[in-house]
Design a protein around this ligand. Sequence first.
Ligand code: AMP
Length: 593
Amino acid sequence: MGKNSIGIDLGTTYSCVGIWKDDKVEIIPNDHGNRFTPSYIAFSYAVRLIGENAKNQISMNPFNTIYDAKRLIGRQFNDPEVQLNMNYWPFQVIDMNGRPYIQVTYKGKIKQFSPVEILSMLLCKLKDSAEIYLKERVTVAVITVDSNYNDSQRQAIRDAANIAGLSILRLISGPIAAAIAYKLDNRISVEGNIVIVDFGGGSLDVSLITNIGEGVLEVMATAGDAHLGGEDFNKRIVNYFISEFKRKFKKDITTDKRALCRLRTACERAKCTLSSSKQAFIEIDSIFESIDFHTSLTRDVFINLNQDLIQRIIDPVEKVLRDARIDKSQIHEVILVGGSTRIPEIQKIISNFFNGKELNKSFNPDEVIAYGAAVKAACLSGVRSGKLDNILNIDVAPHSLGIESAGGIMNPIIKRNDTIPTRKSKIFTTDLDNQTNFIIKVYEGERVRTVDNNLLGEFELTDIPPAPKGVPQIEVTFDIDSSGFLEVLAFNKNSGQHNKFVVTNDKNRLSNKEIEQMIKDAMKYHSEDKNVKQKEQARNNFERYLGNLQNALQKTITWFDDNQGAEKEEYERKREYLINQVLSELEEFQINN
Ligand code: AMP
């Protein structure tokens, strides 16, 4: 597997893929030649579109163009985050047995897709780009996740990769990937404590990492805000202009999804412009009932609209400092990654928090995470290079993991921010005399009562030999790997019986049968897309061929009309020239097809 292990930054709004090649990282361009791909999928009457092609047609096909799917993974339909976002998305999200599914019309039929399936389509596209670039198959990847992803969300990414035909070498967090990239490229000047703020389209992810030296990067603490990203700024701007439109024209634009999509695209563009200019103009012709909407937004208004969101960026920064018990004066480097860190006000507030510290944003924020993931992929797949020798990272558990003890109390076995991989055990016993079975309920979360935490699953140790209460010694072991995947074992020390964790209660997870079906569908869609692409290519080539022939013929006819009295040799020479031109066009057409 060695050389073709890719690193993927699977982003809420954009995704990027890189590979270690010729002793350095190459960011792989997609079929448009772009180094990152919009995380958009669109369905139409004839085709499925992914990336730029999907994003570019959103205002014409708003109900069937999906973005932000990452915000849905590992969540229940009634999750407040899902409910809140549903009001803004033009596509429809439906409740399928408690899980959110996206409903679209594809090839004239109503179809439902799970968010995992949508992500798998994006992963498939990135894999394809890599295969075209490398001219070889790609089957393994390091994929980045938000560092505070819970078990369901990590499993969802694993399932999406599986459906896309990729096996996961490791899941690493965005900030860690960024730290690896900065480290490899010698962009971290000192050994010491680094705060990395990864602020993209969908979420905010902050890590405090210690650069121990000799290549070792140890995560001390992570924190984040899964409900804060560039998309939230877009929403505020959109709402502002909806009100302005109402005020100016006494009309409600929200009744027209197509108009809303056009407004959203214009607002995002304006937001990005405001990172380098003080004012941005919005000009959308015939947006609603033939009204032209021409307006503008200043940086000050943008800041006012988003003041509370901008302030919220400091909360996870304070939290990682608190958790790691490190004062902000002991932070040697502050690194910014993710598109939203381009906003000057965000930079200002972070720099001010660190007493005016200069921020390190020397790496391209759109590519740095895929870069780090590609380095990690090369390290893990055994690529030999002096540059990779010293790259090692130590990650931490994003949430506490434990089991329920009497009275519904959370009994943590692995604590949040414990270094991973790790294996930890605790001894439990029975509450009743002659108790023959012992139920182990596994939870993740920081709250004291288990009802407030997230139930991952439960299993039972049965046939415990009868004994007075408190006598059986049941050892429960939590084993968590470097990607954050958990296995739980229970062992009766008195009798030697043991049992492994089996997820029985994971409401969010797809079943094996569902995944198998999705793998089959993915192959079908992939081959349909390929056929459409090939057909399109053949059509374009033929059109170009006909055009060239027409051109040659037209030129000769014009010459003929203008030269009615030419000599015999001239006519013959022209005729031969035309035949040769037709033949060479034909030859070129045959070679290219
Ligand atoms: P990422 O997920 O890191 O690719 O970040 C994507 C987010 O960054 C989107 O919400 C973009 O609108 C936002 N973004 C990209 N460029 C800029 C910019 N120049 N100014 C403000 N936001 C930006």
